[in-house]
Design a protein around this ligand. Structure first.
Ligand SMILES: [Zn+2]
Length: 97
């Protein structure tokens, strides 16, 4: 019985540690003021690596500063590529699950 309780505590401990590790590199979206999280994604059609807010679809090309002044609307950005700006058109590289 003691062993069972110990292993359960260990599992709970791991669960509390992982999200805080996650927070370290999750970027909060400056456009929607903490509502969204910015994730690294790859546009499947072009293999371009960009950062995208999972809430408001603000997008920053790779290598640009994550700021309120230089975001691009994801849908606008991919329209010339013949895409609709759907999450099915991208692949999440890192970020939220
Ligand atoms: Zn946002």
């Amino acid at each position: 019985m003691t062993i069972f309780v110990d292993s359960q505590v260990d599992t709970l401990h791991r669960r509390t540690v992982q999200p805080s590790d996650f927070e370290v590199w999750i970027m909060v979206c400056p456009r929607c003021d903490g509502q969204g999280r910015v994730v690294d994604v790859r546009i499947l059609a072009t293999h371009e690596h960009v950062r995208l807010c999972d809430e408001c679809d603000a997008m920053w090309p790779d290598g640009t500063d994550l700021s309120i002044t230089n975001f691009v609307d994801f849908t606008t950005y991919v329209k010339p590529l013949g895409l609709q700006g759907l999450w099915s058109e991208i692949e999440v590289v890192a970020g939220t699950d």
